[in-house]
Design a binder for this molecule. Structure first.
Ligand code: FAD
Length: 493
C-alpha cells in the first residue's frame, strides 16, 4: 500500500496512477464501472466532470501518456473539422439527448463537438445486449476515427464488419464522457415542461431528483428506441408478410478452433436453396435466412418460417395475430432452444460447442421476435414555440426508422439520422427560419429508408454531419409538401 500523506499534505497522484486509471477506464465495458472510473480519473486530474466544454481540454492537459495522447490526436482531428466552427456552432446552447443506445451516444458526441452543453439520460442502469450489429463500411471508418480501436482492440479486426451492441455502447459512452457530455444513468425522460413567464423549456424525468430537471433546454434529441417518448412524433406502421426472427448468443471460448469456424455474413433461401433444403430434410427446420457473427459471443440471427416453428413445437398454437402468436405462453422455450441449436449446428457444420450465454436476467440468451410490422416516425423533427421561447425536437435511430435486424441496417441508418439531427441543430443555432428548417429536415428524412452502403458517398473519411458529404443524390431531394404543422407556435402572427 502506498502512503500518500507527505509532510506537506497529501501527495499528488503520480503520472503512473493516472495512466493506470486511464487504462482501466479504456478497457471497462460495464456502464457503472465506466462512469465511476471516469469520475475517479477526473478527481485525480482535478477536472470538473460536470464542466461540459472544459472537460476535454482539462483532461488533455492532465493525461499525457501515449495511450490517451493517441486518443486525443484522433478526437482533435475530428473537433478541428470546419463544420464545428471551433466548437462555436452551438456554443452556449443546452441540449438533452434521450437514450444511450448507439445512436443517442453517437448523436451526443456530434452535439458536444458543435460546442453545445449536452446532458444525456438513459433509463437503464447498464448495457446488456449481447446481440451483434452489422457495420456498414462508413461506420467502421467513423468509429475508428473516434478511437474505437483504442478502447476495444478487436474492433474491426481483419474482415470483421460487426460489433456486439453493448461493446459499441461502451466505446461511445467513453467518447461522450471525454467530450464533456454529462451522462445520467437510470434516469427516464418523462415529458417536456412548457416555459413560464420566467423560465424556458424544461423537462421532467424519473427520478425527479436528477439535475437535468433544473435545467432549461434549447433542444431535445431523442434516440430512445422503438417506443418514442417525445411528444408530437406519431408512428406509422408498415405491415409486411409475417417475419419471425430468432436471435441467440452462445459462449465464445475464443479457442483456436472456434476462431477458425467461418462466419456466415448472410445466406438467403433464394441464393442457397440446397443448403436450406438439406437443413429442412435433416431437422424439419425451415429458414429464410441465417447470419452467424463471431465477436464476444457466437451470435446467430435467422428468420424462421411459421409452419416449421409449429411443426417443431416452438409455437404451441397457430394464431393470425403475431402478438398472440409470440406471446410468452405460446412459446415452448425448450423447443426454441433445440430449434436454434440445430440450425446453428447445421450451418456451422457441427464445429462450435454451442453453450448458450446467459442474458442479464440469467436466462439462456435466445429470443423470438416478430418483424411483421415495422414502425417509422411520421416526421423527423418539430419546432415548438410557447411564450416566445422555442425548442427544437428531433428523433433518430430506431425511433425514427425501425430496422429489420437480419438486414443489419439499424446502426447504419441510425448514425445517418443522428448526423442529420446534429446538422439540423447546427442550422437551428445558425438562425435559419423554423419553417425552412423543418422543410429541409423532412426532405432529408425521405432519403433515409432508401440508403444502403452502395447509395452513399464514396469518400468515407470525408463524412461529417453535413449531408452533402454523405448523400450523393441531394440534388434529387423532393420538397416534403406542407410541413407547417411541424412548426407549432402560440404566436398568432
Ligand atoms: P436503442 O439501441 O434501442 O437505444 C435506445 C435507448 O434509449 C435504450 O438504451 C433505452 O433504455 C433508452 N430509453 C428508452 N426510453 C427512454 C426514456 N424515456 N428515457 C431515457 N432513456 C430511454 N439490431 C440488429 O441489427 N441485430 C440484433 O440482433 C438486434 N438485437 C436487438 C436486441 C434488443 C433487445 C433490442 C432492444 C434491439 C436490438 N437491435 C438489433 C436493434 C439495435 O440495437 C438498434 O437498431 C441500434 O442499437 C440503434 O438503436 P438506437 O440507439 O436508436 O436505440
Amino acid at each position: 500500500e502506498v502512503d500518500n500523506r507527505g509532510e506537506n499534505g497529501p501527495i499528488q497522484p503520480t503520472d503512473g496512477d493516472r495512466d493506470r486509471l486511464f487504462a482501466q477506464f479504456s478497457e471497462a465495458t460495464d456502464l457503472d464501472q465506466i462512469v465511476s472510473l471516469f469520475r475517479e480519473l477526473c478527481q485525480e486530474t482535478q477536472v470538473d466532470p460536470d464542466g461540459y466544454e472544459s472537460v476535454y481540454p482539462s483532461l488533455k492537459a492532465g493525461l499525457t501518456a501515449w495511450k490517451p495522447l493517441s486518443i486525443w490526436e484522433l478526437l482533435d482531428a475530428r473537433a478541428e473539422l470546419g463544420v464545428y466552427e471551433t466548437q462555436n456552432a452551438c456554443r452556449g446552447r443546452r441540449v438533452l439527448v434521450v437514450g444511450a443506445g448507439p445512436v443517442g451516444l453517437r448523436m451526443a458526441i456530434e452535439v458536444a463537438l458543435l460546442g453545445a452543453r449536452v446532458d444525456l439520460v438513459e433509463k437503464r442502469s447498464g448495457f446488456s445486449r449481447n446481440n451483434s450489429l452489422h457495420l456498414w463500411p462508413f461506420l467502421i471508418t467513423d468509429l475508428r476515427n473516434l478511437g474505437a480501436k483504442k478502447f476495444y482492440g478487436r474492433f474491426a479486426t481483419g474482415s470483421l464488419d460487426h460489433i456486439c451492441i453493448r461493446i459499441l455502447q461502451s466505446i461511445l459512452v467513453k467518447v461522450c464522457l471525454i467530450l464533456g457530455v454529462r451522462v445520467h444513468v437510470g434516469v427516464t425522460f418523462s415529458s417536456l415542461v412548457e416555459p413560464t413567464a420566467s423560465t424556458g423549456w424544461r423537462v421532467s424525468t424519473q427520478p425527479p431528483s436528477c439535475p437535468v430537471n433544473t435545467l432549461e433546454f434549447d433542444a431535445v434529441l431523442a434516440a430512445d428506441g422503438k417506443k418514442n417518448s417525445l411528444p408530437g412524433f406519431k408512428l406509422k406502421e408498415f405491415r409486411a408478410k409475417l417475419a419471425l426472427a430468432i436471435t441467440a448468443n452462445f459462449v465464445n471460448g475464443n479457442t483456436q478452433h472456434e476462431n477458425s469456424v467461418p462466419e456466415i455474413s448472410g445466406v438467403s433461401y433464394v441464393y442457397r436453396m440446397d443448403f436450406f433444403n438439406s437443413l429442412s430434410e435433416k431437422y424439419g427446420i425451415e429458414l429464410e435466412n441465417i447470419v452467424y457473427y463471431k465477436s464476444e459471443t457466437h451470435y446467430f440471427v435467422m428468420t424462421a418460417k411459421k409452419p416449421s416453428l409449429l411443426k417443431k413445437g416452438v409455437l404451441k398454437k397457430d394464431y393470425n395475430d403475431p402478438k398472440q402468436l409470440l406471446s410468452p405462453s405460446n412459446i415452448d422455450t425448450t423447443a426454441l432452444k433445440k430449434y436454434t441449436v440445430e440450425a446453428a449446428d447445421f450451418s456451422t457444420e457441427g464445429a462450435l460447442p454451442l453453450t448458450f450465454l446467459k442474458n442479464d436476467r440469467g436466462e439462456d440468451d435466445v429470443a423470438l421476435f416478430d418483424f411483421t410490422s415495422l414502425f417509422a416516425s411520421e416526421n423527423a423533427a418539430r419546432i415548438v414555440e410557447r411564450k416566445g421561447r422555442r425548442i427544437l425536437l428531433c428523433v433518430a435511430g430506431d425511433s425514427l426508422n425501425e430496422p429489420f435486424w437480419p438486414t443489419g441496417s439499424g446502426c447504419g441508418r441510425g448514425f445517418l439520422g443522428a448526423f442529420d439531427a446534429a446538422w439540423m441543430l447546427k442550422r437551428y443555432c445558425g438562425g435559419i427560419s423554423p419553417l425552412e428548417l423543418v422543410e429541409e429536415r423532412e426532405a432529408l428524412f425521405y432519403l433515409l429508408p432508401q440508403t444502403t452502403p452502395e447509395r452513399l458517398g464514396k469518400n468515407l473519411t470525408g463524412y461529417t454531419i453535413d449531408p452533402k458529404t454523405r448523400y450523393p443524390n441531394l440534388s434529387e431531394l423532393v420538397p416534403p409538401g406542407d410541413v407547417s404543422h411541424l412548426y407549432d407556435t402560440d404566436n398568432p402572427s
